[in-house]
Design a protein around this ligand. Structure first.
Ligand code: GDP
Ligand code: IMO
Ligand code: MG
Length: 423
């Protein structure tokens, strides 16, 4: 299936995990290249539910190789925990099946405390982060004060640098009125995790280039979504990495000209978790989805904010990432609705906008201009092929793909692997 980048085209939680699991059948290697354990990717296999945070969703297929690339920020203790949870669910991770970049940056407890404290300090203006320390960890990376996996696996050196880092960060935490961290506890737990992870740590750039040379197919699993991108998202209500297609290159060391295709995953409606502007937010559809027990966060359990499909956003996502194909998920979430709205433009006063304004404050004043579709009011969850979908659902899908400006290639009508229609 060639080398494929999969990105979230909205605000995250589009169903990337499910689509990755589906596409992995035709890939050899699955790579995560940005984000950290702020991600929560759900895969449902039969009666079992798996939630992946750092490990690529391809791990559920034992004959595939999974790679955590250099662009990811990793909490090693949390990663070991994730591996143990998978093991308890019957998924054993073999040494020849999992690689961790030695250049990936490490998330420390002081990053989490700083994340929490900065959020508290912002009060009403908080970002609504996952409190996993992602912002401070990427901050240290950019400030060149971070520690990487190649440091973690060299204990004396690691301990020496860590001591200095904790001293500095504890002073900052103290000044902010926050708890501080114990050097001994962090050093012990991180070195413990390092021993468990050491067999998997390597130069993943070299590995991926050998795989490219051997003609193997690589699938890049994006985390978060386009509008959480640090450059292109609704700044400052964003995460701290490049969630758009370019992030797959910088975060893995695979060059742009080796990428063959970009798939954008989007829900048939829109959700967002955390603060920040969300033009099509509507409690009517939110109440319906929450009432169905849907749209609660996979990482933090928070109720996701819900709204109508926003084609201004998905068009822009298509532009930034060069989305060729789209996968629309959660079509079944709209099954019971008598009518469905789709945002085609934003209105600001009398002006109609085709692209989202850069300034989040302006975006928060944009009102959606809608077109309305008649609902199909028929369950779609059993549909196996395009022709099985109700005509009105097909019309809706065609319209949102047209407005987005990319080819509709996958439709998902339920969380299961077999509830996926390939066009
Ligand atoms: P990700 O972060 O993009 O991987 O998405 P999440 O896993 O956080 O959230 C997507 C949710 O939707 C998960 O609970 C999935 O199991 C579920 N899901 C994905 N596709 C579908 C679908 O087509 N229908 C239904 N009902 N659920 C879906
Ligand atoms: P997946 O990969 C949805 C959101 C947070 C917050 C903002 C910043 O499952 O789609 P952070 O902890 O990254 O500093 O939080 O980004 N956020 C996500 N929202 N899905 C995610 O990941 C997210 N990862 C971060 O809610 O608004
Ligand atoms: Mg998620």
């Amino acid at each position: 299936m060639a080398n494929t980048i999969l990105v979230g085209a909205q605000w995250g939680d589009e169903g990337k995990g499910k689509i990755i699991d589906f596409l992995t059948e035709h890939a050899d290697i699955v790579v995560r290249s940005q984000g950290g354990n702020n991600a929560g990717h759900t895969v449902i296999l039969g009666s079992k539910k798996y939630v992946l945070h750092l490990i690529p969703s391809g791990i559920l297929r034992p004959d595939k190789v999974c790679v955590i690339g250099n662009g990811v920020v990793i909490d090693p203790v949390s990663l070991v925990g994730e591996m143990e949870t998978l093991k308890s669910q019957g998924v054993k991770i073999r040494r020849d099946q999992f690689l961790i970049s030695d250049a990936a940056h490490i998330v420390f407890p002081y990053h989490r405390l700083l994340d929490e404290q900065r959020e508290l300090g912002k009060g009403r203006n908080k970002i609504g982060t996952t409190k996993r320390g992602i912002g401070p960890a990427y901050g240290d990376k950019a400030a060149r004060t971070g520690l990487r996996f190649c440091d973690l696996i060299q204990p004396p050196l690691f301990t020496e640098i860590l001591r200095a880092r904790i001293k500095e960060n504890n002073a900052v935490l103290k000044a902010l009125g926050a708890k501080t961290v114990s050097f001994k506890e962090v050093n012990d737990s991180y070195l413990g995790a390092a021993e468990k992870l050491r067999p998997f740590v390597t130069n993943t750039v070299v590995y991926l280039h050998q795989a490219l040379k051997a003609g193997r197919n690589i699938l890049f699993e994006g985390a978060q979504g386009t509008f959480l991108d640090i450059d292109h998202g609704t700044y400052p209500y964003v995460t701290s990495s490049n969630t758009t297609a370019g992030g797959a290159c910088t975060g893995s060391g695979v060059p742009p000209h080796r990428m063959d295709r970009v798939i954008g995953v989007m829900k048939a409606y829109t959700t967002r978790v955390g603060e920040g502007p969300f033009p099509t937010e509507d409690s009517f559809i939110g109440d319906i989805l929450h009432g169905m027990g849907r749209e609660f966060g996979a990482t933090t359990g928070r109720a996701r904010r819900c709204g109508w499909f926003d084609s201004v956003a998905t068009r822009y996502a298509t532009m930034i990432s060069g989305i060729d194909d789209i996968a629309v998920t959660n079509l079944d979430g709209l099954d019971g609705l008598p009518s469905i709205k789709v945002c085609t433009h934003y209105k600001v006063g009398r002006k109609l906008l085709d692209v989202p304004p850069t300034d989040s404050r302006q975006l928060s004043h944009c009102k959606p201009a809608y077109v309305e579709f008649e609902g199909w009011k028929t369950p779609t969850t059993e549909a196996k092929k395009w022709a099985d979908l109700p005509p009105k659902a097909r019309e809706y899908l065609k319209a949102i793909a047209d407005l987005t400006g990319a080819k509709l290639s996958i439709v998902s009508v339920g969380p299961g692997r077999d509830q996926t229609i390939l066009l």
